[in-house]
Each structure stands twice: as structure tokens, then as C-alpha cells.
Design a protein around this ligand. Structure first.
Ligand SMILES: [Zn+2]
Ligand SMILES: [Zn+2]
Length: 286
């Protein structure tokens, strides 16, 4: 069946200044973020099986053969499990850092169109400019990303042990931020994980707590920040309610919408409007 022709993709927007974001999955068992506008569609990480990513895409009226590329943040299996399968099945280019690609090796398998990026050097996918930047995480060459298109800026940083000055700088002035809020520190300390794993999660190369995420959002908020999506929540050491409550404290005086992405189901599709008309948020005190 030719789904590309038959489906009416709800992930494909109609206005030229609109962009859609869908968190297909987020958490330690698998991460995948679908971002699309009228011209360009990119999957950031593919950390579920290829078939599951395909199923989740289709549940949103989107087929993976409509993708322009897969972009990989780092080599942990919750970010690359489905990359090779999807790339081969749909002939997709894979953008990955050289070091990450080498470390991932056999987990990716053979990819015919691999395009290496370097953190700090922007690259293009179709109409978009994507800027990768280094983050502090226990992987070979982990990256966060910003996407620039149609006057919009989207920021993605989902696995980071600590917020560096560079992360704060790179994520400035985004209309959408997808940020890690991994754990509640008390739940982590009192939880069932063995001590070395607790230490790893809390370390500078582990994962961001709700509190650290709140501080980052406080530093980054501005009147045109439309959405903050909390990502990579621990199912053992956090709850969506705790993450929303803690990070929400940073946005009390703002019009920004706060969301949480989960592991088991796709999140709602977010529609983001660019600023081609005079649609900038008015009246927010952020
Ligand atoms: Zn991860
Ligand atoms: Zn990771």
C-alpha cells in the first residue's frame, strides 16, 4: 500500500510560517522527536524499533518516507535503536557526528548516506539550518540542537548532566524548547536504583533534575517562548506531575505553554506559528 499517497499527514502544516513538533517517545527506553514544516521533515533520534517509530508516525498521519533526514544526538541505544532500520528502509540520510558514528558502529549497521556534522558547525537539511552544540553527557560526542527556519528557532537538549554556559547561550531566543527534566532528586535518592547508578545520573555527565530544568527555563524564558516540552523523564524517579509543578514555577508569569512527553504514547502535535505576520505574543511579562 502506498501510504505516502493515501494518507493525509496531519504533521504537515499548511501555512508557510507554521511548524509542527511531535514527541513520538521520550524516556530511557526510547526517544524520537518529529519536527516538520511545509518543506522539511526531520526525525531527531530514533530510539525505538523501526517498526514502532513507523507505527507512531502513522498514528499522527505521517509516514517515515516523507522524512528528509534523521539527526542523531548520541550513541546510547535509547536514541539510535531504530536509526539503521529506518535509514535503510526509507533511504534516508543520517546526520551524525563522526565520533558518535564510529562509536555506534554495529548498532547502526550499514548506512549508505551518512553525513557527518561537527558540534559548533551548522549544517542544512533541505530548507533548515540545524546547529549542533556539545552537551555534557556520558557519551562520545553528545549534541543538542537548534533548528532555524522561517524566523523560528527550536531548541532540543534532552540528555545532559549539567547546564553549561554554552547550552544556555545556544538555547536563547527559541520559540520552542524541548528540555530534559529527568528526575526528582528526592525520588532518585530514596528510590530503588543501585548507588553507582544514582551517582551516574546525578553527575555532571548524567541527567538533568527537575530543579536544574527549572533554573534553565528561568534563564531562557522570554515573551516569545511559546512552548516548553519536558522530556526524558525517568519512569522510576520522576512523575509528570512533579516535573510540571517544579518547572512550572519558572513560568508562573508567562504565556508559555508547558507540556510533558512520555514513554509509552506519542504526545499531542504542537503547532508553532512564525512571525511573518505580526503574531508575536503580546502582554507577557516574561
Ligand atoms: Zn537518553
Ligand atoms: Zn544518553
Amino acid at each position: 500500500m502506498d501510504l505516502k499517497k493515501k494518507s493525509i499527514p496531519t504533521m504537515v502544516t499548511h501555512a508557510s510560517n507554521e511548524l509542527t513538533v511531535c514527541m513520538l517517545a521520550s524516556g530511557s527506553k526510547g526517544n524520537a522527536i518529529l519536527v516538520a514544516d511545509q518543506q522539511t521533515r526531520v526525525l531527531f533520534d530514533a530510539g525505538l524499533s523501526g517498526i514502532e517509530i513507523e507505527r507512531r508516525c502513522q498514528s499522527k498521519g505521517f509516514h517515515p518516507d516523507q522524512l528528509d533526514a534523521i539527526v542523531v544526538s548520541h550513541e546510547h541505544s535509547d536514541h539510535i535503536q531504530g536509526v539503521g532500520v529506518l535509514a535503510r528502509r526509507f533511504s534516508l540520510p543520517v546526520h551524525i557526528s563522526n565520533k558518535t558514528g564510529r562509536t555506534a558502529g554495529s548498532m547502526l549497521g550499514k548506512i549508505s548516506d551518512i553525513r557527518y556534522f561537527e558540534c559548533g558547525n551548522p549544517f542544512t537539511v533541505n530548507t533548515w539550518t540545524i546547529s549542533p552544540f556539545s552537551i555534557s553527557h556520558d557519551a562520545e560526542d553528545p549534541a543538542g540542537f537548534t533548528i532555524h527556519t522561517n524566523g523560528m528557532k527550536i531548541g532540543i537538549a534532552t540528555d545532559l548532566g549539567v547546564v553549561t554556559a554554552m547550552v544556555r547561550e545556544r538555547l536563547k531566543a527559541c520559540q520552542v524548547l524541548i528540555l530534559e527534566a529527568n528526575h526528582d532528586p528526592e525520588m532518585l535518592i530514596n528510590g530503588p536504583y543501585p548507588w553507582p547508578l544514582k551517582q551516574r545520573i546525578q553527575s555532571r555527565t548524567g541527567h538533568l533534575s527537575n530543579e536544574a530544568s527549572r533554573e534553565l527555563v528561568s534563564a531562557l524564558k522570554h515573551k516569545d517562548l511559546q512552548h516548553v516540552v519536558l522530556a526524558h523523564l525517568s519512569e522510576t524517579n520522576n512523575t509528570p506531575e512533579k516535573a510540571l509543578q517544579e518547572v512550572g514555577l519558572a513560568l508562573n508569569d508567562c504565556n508559555t505553554q508547558l507540556h510533558v512527553a512520555t514513554q509509552e504514547v506519542c504526545a499531542e502535535i504542537l503547532q508553532i506559528r512564525g512571525f511573518e505576520g505580526d503574531t508575536r505574543a503580546q502582554g507577557s511579562s516574561c
